[in-house]
Write a protein that binds this ligand. Sequence first.
Ligand SMILES: [Zn+2]
Ligand SMILES: [Zn+2]
Length: 339
Amino acid sequence: MSDVEVTTPQVGAPDHRMRWAQAAPFLLVNFTPLLVFLTGVTTKALILGIVLYVARAFGITAGYHRYFAHRTYKMSRVPQFLMALLGASAVQKGPLWWAANHRAHHRYTDTERDPHSPAHGFFWSHMGWIVSDRFDATDYDAIPDFAKYPELVWLNKRDWVAPWALGALCFLIAGWSGLVVGFFCSTVALWHATFAVNSVAHLWGRRHFATGDTSRNNPIVALLTLGEGWHNNHHHYPRSVRQGFRWYEIDISYGLLRVLSWLRVAKDLQQPPAAALTASRIRDGHPDLGMLRYRLGRAARKLRGTRASEELTMLLENTAQQAAAIARRGRVTAAVDEA
Ligand SMILES: [Zn+2]
Ligand SMILES: [Zn+2]
């Protein structure tokens, strides 16, 4: 589990350069859905695409995110590997790479060490951080709890195996339309739904909890990502297996994990303690320092080099410390309730 460590956002200029040429294969795949005009759409291919979207969204949200990044439930070694394999088939690199980067996102949210903070603009948080090569390597030190399994390291290093095998299978099942609609269209759609959690769900939506970051609850992103759009809930209490906290916050991945727990495949599903559900609520008057910090950071960047920027940076440091204190208080309250 990664704890929140709120550090002061730096106003200096980090490396946000795009490696367009190096990222060409990734960028080109984004246009493969256009091939549908050549192959057409068969019913078989369409069903295949929908099934693969939902199944792989589950692999990413329940597997890569809630299991590998946050350990919100337990599995034995074989289902653990199968979940990693399902996630890997979504072409979002290996499980250890994904989860290690995501742990950094929670630990350093909205600072320079956050891989995809929206403080650097929508595009950076959506896919710019992938086009840049800054976060290409897997930080195995950030994920020792899973890096100890050789089969997961093997899969992480050969992250192309599952996607190529699945692509070939789609072609065998439903021909060229199967490859384009079944595999590529569902892959690209799931990419952007997943990316939207990092971009859209940090920019648009309601904030229920005064977290030290910019996370939002966005129902459309939640629907497209089987529940991950309740992102403000998630940043408030990342140890929870469910991200929809209220009855109307539909969380399909959690529902499917409940089914896996009845089948005894997933165990020890972690629920948010009652105290966490009422701690740091904005409607109870908790100051929203996460948003204040974000706006101060943007202003300081715009005024870089001026006297006003120095003053803003000092204010920013102060706000970041207070936001950290709020995050800590939320954790303590939750821990007391758990005990
Ligand atoms: Zn986030
Ligand atoms: Zn998370």
